[in-house]
Design a protein around this ligand. Sequence first.
Ligand SMILES: Nc1ncnc2c1ncn2[C@@H]1O[C@H](COP(=O)(O)OP(=O)(O)OP(=O)(O)O)[C@@H](O)[C@H]1O
Ligand SMILES: [Mg+2]
Length: 272
Amino acid sequence: MLRIEGLTKRFGDKNAVDNVTLSIPKGEMVGVIGRSGAGKSTLLRMLNRLADATSGSIVCEERNVTTLKGASLRAWRRDTAMIFQQFNLVGRLDVLTNVLLGRLNHRSAALTLVKSFSQDDKIRAIAALERLDMGHLLAQRAETLSGGQQQRVAIARALVQEPKVILADEPIASLDPRNTQVVMDALFRINREDGITVICNLHHLDIASKYCDRLIGMAAGKVVFDGPPLALTTEIAAELYGIEAKDAGAEALDALDAIAASEAQRAKQNVA
Ligand SMILES: Nc1ncnc2c1ncn2[C@@H]1O[C@H](COP(=O)(O)OP(=O)(O)OP(=O)(O)O)[C@@H](O)[C@H]1O
Ligand SMILES: [Mg+2]
């Protein structure tokens, strides 16, 4: 369970994240939605401590994340794996080595210096790649892969970190629709099979609604919606996306209609 209380991040005279209070139970798949500049990335970065909060607290299982230092901060970062829009792989290294980099913070400083990975590390890395259907490409240089393949390698790297939480910042923003589905399916499977909490920033409401148990809608740093996708109304969708994204709003409402229809269908089948 992650408890976020009064979390604020100020840049100059502007609150990028403004007094956010949330509880996220273990194993939930959460989508953070909202227009550009709403504060989604800043929130995620504070959760991983890539950015420090101006005020407020983050507590996870008795750990006060906002004040961690040294070894305990490193342990927290291991527990919260980040996935980025631009994949952040080392292009000239092969796929397997990129995944092994996720094991670095499980090893002693001395072993890290000699850059030798144990057999156990390698077995884990290969298993993670196979799970993402990428085992056959383990010797290929990362920079030669397609975007969807690179993101799957980044997810494998996150997995070998053995995290409790995966924080994904727009993981599909650079992908085509087919790869979007492959990557979101992978995150969903990891969430359901391993019980890893997934918190995912997403621009597109239709994708967020399809995959997430819960949506957190942000506008100007504040949480303006928190609930299951079906509870999102037209008014809130409009508030979340505003005039910036008339199309995204229309698309989102179509998606909500589709979800409502499939829920109705399912309910009918359950009755029958
Ligand atoms: N390092 C920084 N210095 C100054 N302002 C910043 C910094 N990082 C973020 N901001 C500002 O904080 C606000 C929230 O930014 P953030 O990147 O969290 O938004 P976002 O919801 O992730 O947007 P996007 O959908 O475009 O990724 C924006 O107004 C942004 O300009
Ligand atoms: Mg962002």
